[in-house]
Design a protein around this ligand. Structure first.
Ligand SMILES: [Zn+2]
Length: 602
């Protein structure tokens, strides 16, 4: 902390939990004599959408030495206080009712905030140290609330209200704060204490969760620091909010905020790792890997962050895709799940990619660049026009890892360590061509063609051949499964025809896929299917019709578009072969078996 500069001081208080209102002050001791300007970020690092946090600022006013100072709004997110001498305090009422990990939330049961959504930054003082007083609500229900954050305490007791500090504004907004009641567990990994604070469930087997996360976290630390085995932070916090239905995570430098379903928390006496718990472990593993990849190894475009406008980079496929590759890989490599189970997850990821026609239209590099207007703003046309830099990025990472293993005798692990040494540890940003350059260097070969085809182009990475060379069989089965998302193979008879659309449980068309039967017949997203061949439409009826097939036969569909009834004859498509099933090949030759062992640890 820079002690020479007077700190920016903040105070945040839940003033009216039932109205979801925080009161937030920002105090500057020596304001700009020309009129101090204050800005609020428009986005939060890790979530690439302009969210306009200033929308929720109301009643913003300024005081100096006890008198009101005129405050002028200059832009959507910027205010200027009239010139004054002495201590200037800007105080705002902030509405907080977003139950996600990206903004702020407050009711009479809990509170949560990301600094980016509540703390103004005084212009010219982003590098000054910050102090923040976190006050308890007056509400009787909040009297015994506690505080979970990795902001370093100044005089606040452990898990308590009081004063916290940060080295600068960037640090201030990178330690989200949870207020309320939470269950706690802890463990040590990488030489640092790790805490888990869970809100919304008191019944989980915390010992089990701590033991599993301990193993996974240590694996990540060892990947980046095979010699010292030390984490790059003094402590780490998993802030978990368990809800009936929800999913999401946001990475921070020494913590992560996760939202999960209650079913995903491990139950006492649970012997195997079920699919639900596996989802939570994968999410926690993902965010923890980010403590290196994106929080410390960053695109140059984010050094420093400009939170007033979009931060453009074509590298999110590496920061999110490589992270998505390692999240489940860490589970198998750390011995938390079996290789066969890992291959199931990997098969589903490949299936998800293969079911998206948008992968032929957009590259993962372009998807990264346009995250702000496309991936983060999905609509009915998204599957046709957008590729996920997460999922396809993870498959590109897989292909790169396997290519390095079979052709160069090295691996993506070595690339990540090189990125960590060259950029992350030094606090330098990775230039736009930096991932390709460092990968080629580690591989000692020219990887231009790989990057041109699979990163900047729209070709499918050659994972089937590469997997064969590490002793894994790759098979594509007919499209089967309720969801085009999770990519999980379905059960029951395999359909003999396809509609070329995603239809929801209430028989509404969510997506009509490019060139598919539904689109060709004139059906569109939003259409409400009411009858199939003259019979009342249900999911069951549609499923049995597609099972009967065959492709090429016609189906008469009645559907409402808005309030107009339409009749269409759909000529059914062939079902695509896009369900990927992977398996460990029996008795591979010695070299292949050795590669597989090095890759999967089995
Ligand atoms: Zn991520």
């Amino acid at each position: 902390m820079n002690t020479a500069t007077p700190p920016n001081r903040y105070r945040i208080k839940p003033i009216d939990p039932r109205a979801h209102l925080f009161e937030v002050e920002c105090i500057v001791d020596a304001p700009d004599p020309a009129g101090q300007v204050f800005r609020l970020p428009t986005w939060v690092p890790g979530s690439y959408l302009v969210r306009e946090f200033a929308r929720h600022f109301t009643a913003v006013r300024a005081r100096c030495n006890g008198t009101t100072v005129p405050l002028t709004k200059l832009r959507k997110d910027t205010w200027r206080a009239a010139p004054c001498s002495g201590r200037l305090c800007v105080v705002a009422t902030v509405y907080a009712f977003d139950q996600s990990v990206r903004t702020a939330y407050l009711d009479d049961r809990r509170g949560y905030f990301n600094g980016a959504a509540v703390f103004l930054c005084p212009d010219g003082r982003a590098d000054a140290p910050c102090e923040v007083e976190i006050e308890a609500p007056e509400l009787s229900a909040g009297a015994d609330w506690r505080v979970a954050t990795t902001l370093p305490a100044l005089d606040a007791p452990p898990w308590g209200f009081g004063r916290y500090g940060a080295a600068d504004y960037d640090a201030l907004i990178d330690h989200p704060v949870e207020l309320g009641h939470f269950a706690l567990a802890s463990f040590t990994a990488g030489g640092a204490p790790h805490d888990i604070a869970i809100t919304g469930s008191q019944r989980a087997d915390l010992e089990r969760l701590a033991a599993d996360l301990n193993r996974v976290c240590q694996w990540h630390v060892d990947l980046f620091e095979p010699d010292t085995h030390r984490a790059p932070f003094d402590r780490y916090l998993f802030q978990i909010t368990a809800v009936a239905d929800g999913y999401g995570g946001l990475e921070h430098r020494s913590s992560t905020s996760l939202i999960c379903r209650r079913d995903e928390l491990p139950a006492h006496g649970m012997e195997t790792v079920g699919d639900d718990y596996l989802t939570l472990l994968g999410l926690a593993s993902h965010e923890y890997f980010h403590a290196w990849n994106v929080k410390r190894i960053k695109p140059a475009a984010f050094v420093p962050y400009d939170l007033g406008t979009e931060g453009y980079t074509r590298l999110l496929w590496a920061f999110e895709g490589i992270t998505s590759y390692y999240d489940d890989l860490a589970l198998v490599r750390s011995g938390t799940i079996e290789p066969a189970r890992y291959l199931e997850l990997l098969g589903r990821a490949i299936t998800t990619v293969l079911r998206g026609p948008g992968r032929h239209v957009q590259s993962v590099a372009d998807s990264s660049f346009d995250a702000w207007i496309k991936y983060y703003r999905q609509d009915e046309n998204t599957p046709n026009a957008v590729v996920s830099y997460y999922v396809k990025g993870s498959i590109v990472a897989l292909a790169l890892d396997l290519l390095l293993r079979v052709e160069s005798g090295t691996s993506l692990d070595a690339v990540m360590r090189a990125l960590w040494h060259r950029y992350g540890r030094k606090g330098e940003g990775v230039p736009e061509d930096g991932i390709e350059a460092i990968t080629s260097e580690v591989a000692r070969r020219d990887l231009r063609e790989f990057f041109a085809r699979y990163v900047h182009g729209t070709d499918d990475p050659p994972v089937a051949e590469l997997l064969a060379r590490v002793g894994v069989g790759f098979e594509l089965r007919p499209s089967h499964g309720a969801s085009d998302r999770g990519g999980k193979p379905g059960s029951g008879p395999v359909p003999r025809a396809a509609l070329g659309a995603k239809v929801t449980g209430d028989m509404k068309i969510a997506h009509a896929y490019s060139g598919g039967a539904a689109e060709q017949a004139g059906l569109a997203a939003g259409d409400q299917i009411v009858a199939i061949d003259g019979i009342k439409a249900t999911s069951e009826l549609l499923r049995t019709r597609l099972e009967r097939g065959p492709a090429g036969t016609g189906v008469r569909i009645h559907a409402f578009r808005r309030d107009e009834l339409q009749e269409r004859t759909v000529t059914l498509d062939e079902p695509a072969h896009d369900t990927c099933v992977l398996r460990l090949l029996d008795a591979p030759e010695a070299e292949t078996a050795a590669r597989r062992l090095a890759w999967l640890g089995s």
